[in-house]
Design a protein around this ligand. Structure first.
Ligand SMILES: *[C@@H]1O[C@H](CO)[C@@H](O)[C@H](O)[C@H]1NC(C)=O
Ligand SMILES: *[C@@H]1O[C@H](CO)[C@@H](O)[C@H](O)[C@H]1NC(C)=O
Ligand SMILES: *[C@@H]1O[C@H](CO)[C@@H](O)[C@H](O)[C@H]1NC(C)=O
Length: 298
């Protein structure tokens, strides 16, 4: 499988042999640790995995195999939201009474190997109210979001009104994590939903933008933010650090022993943790990307 990975990944592996510089400039004290109930990660992950369901009717009727798991079985009002152009990307919006949240989920790429080969690294400018200028995000991820937006936004707007005391959880695996992150920032920026009502949860999410973007995620004041990584998941190392991409705070890492590490030393200023997934720079794994909490994705 590794033979299909492109030059970018090879570069990345070479880079991994170099010590990770630690950026300690301008490090603010972290006011408070996110109060994330980490026992809910497998539940959130089921919502992410359900977005891969090919048969729209199974999502709409909440009748897919994973939908029946007791942790998500009370979900209702599921609306399937494929992209308008080619329908290649898809998402859904639903309501979870037990979590008192509106679930906003987008699927990842179906073939990780293919995606790694096609990964474009170019960035575009993004201006976000309340954040510093100079934000740049991945062009390809932004394009996927703009294809889904016409289908997803009206449904979200309707649900925000219908469930006024519910939060919104932006949930995705892989590319889906990147796209839901951009969706959340776009909605907050345009005043569709306040950040304080929004939670971000991703699994095996690639890097999405530059350090200004990572800082902006912390500055917007989301209700909760979690970026969950399984062991040596290859995708979280892409696009590579040395092309000026940075992960946002806050990482949760499942280590080699399968233990969830909750004190990764990343911070809201865009410093990536050097005691969590980055310790795996030279041991990248596709299987670790595809399997989270006992659920395998295509
Ligand atoms: C975290 O979630 C689990 C599962 O829903 C629940 O049993 C537990 O009480 C929650 N813990 C806190 C501190 O809210
Ligand atoms: C949610 O589903 C219920 C039926 O289960 C329906 O009565 C209600 O109108 C739906 N709400 C929205 C906003 O679609
Ligand atoms: C991490 O990935 C491996 C596959 O490489 C899988 O067996 C394991 O269950 C995953 N761990 C968790 C906690 O999801």
């Amino acid at each position: 499988m590794i033979t299909t990975t492109p030059f970018l990944v090879l570069l990345l592996v070479a880079w991994g042999a170099v010590a990770i510089p630690v950026d300690q400039s301008n490090t603010r004290a972290i006011a408070q640790q996110d109060l994330f109930n980490t026992t809910l990660f497998p539940t959130y992950y089921r919502f992410a995995a359900i977005s891969y369901t090919k048969d729209a009717k199974l999502v709409t009727a909440w009748n897919c195999p994973l939908c029946k798991d007791p942790s998500v079985a009370d979900t209702r009002n599921a609306t399937f939201t494929p992209s308008r152009d080619d329908g290649k990307e898809q998402g859904y919006i639903a309501v979870s009474p037990s979590l008192k949240t509106i679930v906003f989920a987008v699927d990842g790429s179906n073939t990780v190997e293919e995606w790694l080969n096609n990964l474009k690294i170019w960035k575009r400018d993004l201006s976000v109210r309340g954040c510093a200028s100079g934000i740049e995000v991945h062009v390809g991820f932004w394009d996927v979001w703009t294809q889904l937006r016409p289908t997803m936004e009206p449904v979200l707007v309707k649900y925000l009104k219908a469930f006024p005391d519910y939060s919104v959880s932006f949930i995705g695996h892989s590319l889906g994590g990147a796209v839901t992150l951009l969706a959340a920032v776009d909605f907050v920026n345009r005043g569709v939903v306040p950040a304080s009502r929004s939670t971000l949860v991703s699994f095996g999410q690639p890097r999405v933008g530059n350090v200004e973007f990572a800082q902006c995620i912390s500055k917007l004041g989301f209700k909760q933010v979690a970026r969950v990584v399984n062991k040596s998941d290859i995708v979280i190392h892409l696009p590579p650090w040395f092309l000026d991409y940075r992960h946002h705070y806050h990482e949760y890492w499942i280590n080699k022993a399968g233990v969830l590490i909750t004190n990764c030393n990343d911070n809201p200023n865009g410093k990536e943790a050097d005691n969590c997934a980055r310790t795996q720079d030279t041991k990248l794994s596709i299987p670790d990307h595809k399997s989270y909490f006992g659920i395998k994705n295509p």
